[in-house]
Write a protein that binds this ligand. Sequence first.
Ligand code: IVH
Length: 716
Amino acid sequence: MVSKSKSVDPDLSKLTRAKAKVEAMRLRLAIEGHDKAYYQDDAPKISDADYDALRRRLEAIEQKFPELVSASSPSQTVGAAPARGFAKVQHVVPMLSLGNAFADDEVAEFVERVQRFLKLDDVPAIVAEPKIDGLSLSLRYEHGELVRAATRGDGFTGEDVTANVRTIADVPNTLKGKAIPAACELRGEVYMLKHDFLALNKRQEEAGETVFANPRNSAAGSLRQKDVAITASRPLKFFAYAWGLMSDYPMDEPTQHKMLQWLDRAGFVVNPEITLCHSVEDALAFYRRIGEQRASLPYDIDGVVYKVDRLDYQERLGFVSRSPRWAIAHKFAAEQATTVLEKIDIQVGRTGAMTPVARLQPVTVGGVVVQNATLHNEDYIKGIGNDGEPIRDGVDIREGDTVVVQRAGDVIPQIVSVVMDKRPAAAEPYHFPHKCPVCGSHAVREEGEAVWRCTGALICPAQAVERLKHFVSRLAFDIDGLGEKQIELFHERGWVQEPADIFTLKARNADLKLEQLEGYGETSVRNLFAAIDARRTIELHRLIFALGIRHVGEGNAKLLARHYGTLDSFLTAMRAAADAQTEEGNASEAYQDLDNIAGIGDVVAEAVVEFFAEERNIKALDALLSELTDVLPAEKAKSDTAVAGKTVVFTGSLSKFTRDEAKATAERLGAKVAGSVSKKTDYVVAGEDAGSKLTKAKDLGVTVLNEDEWLALIGG
Ligand code: IVH
């Protein structure tokens, strides 16, 4: 790792006071804007290096013209004031920031400053810690119990994220050991592992949800969720490395490294790379070693923090404006490089999401060869961000462009800008394909979504495994002995490509010889074929659900089945709606009938029609139906009850009926039973100990009923 001095136009000699005043004001506004983007919106607009450059310039100007410093200057504050929505928490000891060093000599100067201040002849012991790229958190413990967790916010007031933090396994609810202070604020970094971030983003991308630029934003976005259940589902981790208030120290002559050992004993995770150094050379050797390891560490770091080890020294050194004199952050240089984007390819995910990928002329960025960069979606290529605002100054990305690539957060390379001077005259705006490159089915982009999706649910090879797993899942065909593992195996061997193939396995077994597979014998194969045969007769709602049509979960499948009653009338209506679609838009009678089903909205209706408009799906469905013996009609739902067409959620423990009974009754009466609460929920029926769903219902103003009220509503 080469450390390079990052200087920002140091020539202040010609700057007049008047000009300085204007520039300082501009810098303050810019920094405040970037602070908000970073701390509140989790969506930074510039690189850390550029941000640091702005701060340094402001600090240099304020140093030369101290009369320009005001209490509200960003140089005197940290971060942005807390966002609305979470309660505010006052930090007993402010959570300040660190001064930055970029070059080796700045680290040497830091140590000299410390020595001068403390009048020490020798270099004091210094703890070198990886600077974790996450977000800092303060945890208040009283008598060893976690009572409050807060984000940094503006350094003085943060957001109360206690409930969310309780879902993080690395944060102990109770401190271990004997020497527990009566009250303390323990601090550290919430972060996400790189591979967890990648997996989360993949899930988000496929679900058409926000994709995060890097693990840091992903950790911040996941922590600051209003719905604790969402935070709980996100793989957040925590490293402890600091503290604020300490009513008493758990040891004599406390030092940074002894406190880290204590945090470890108390039940926290402390970063294993942390090293005690006794010279500037030691400290720089740590910086270089960790810099070389950076790409292979499972989490992102953006530098090294050096801290004077002895706490009595730390106390004497104290703070200057927003940063301690006893610590400094030694940042890594930004990792960017310029290369040519040769081609844009489309990858199709397991649920049909089409993701564009930039194929680059290989280039080394921060020691790693980069050949691909994610382009997220159509809007991203056009220069439009998630929020509809321009990104890269609104510049689009074209094949043949020369682009600046950055290893954002050290993992997925991103394209930060296009070098317009080098755009070839013949470069054309990119046209996002409207057909799936894998199976040729038509693709759709739903309103309000950024993702194009392949509609060939039943036949697209990119989606096949997921679709087949769904097809045999519990609420669909539910075939004994044919679970996810077997589907993967049969698909890998090329034996099952689409649903109908499951039903022809027996006829093909003379060639396939399933009984010779590991773990199979004559009996298990016979049982499997019997289980498959048993499902040649299936209820209509299970069949509809099994097709894997977007937005058609169990509830909507039942609504459709009950509305149309038989397979024939369902198929006739769907084909009519799909056939009419191109000529009449969605004005056909069949479409209107579908759209009018209580509980089925436009989004669902359109997804259903898109499915039936794809000839390839029809062929696969026909092949399946020719293998089935009977599709059982559904009992027509009642439409004249108090809950017909309403969406109901049951939560908590019910005492008057079981969850299954409640669901069956509600559905018989024409209601749709959902698993989670949203704006579309009409009633939440809450039993004992109802948790987050009840809270959410109250937040959204959804009508909440107890069991008796529910019974009264449905007439007993
Ligand atoms: S010590 C008084 N140690 O860096 C400052 N900070 O720029 C105490 N960070 O807000 C902070 N790793 O979010 C410290 N090992 C580490 C760190 C670390 C990451 C972050 C933290 C802090 C920011 C300061």
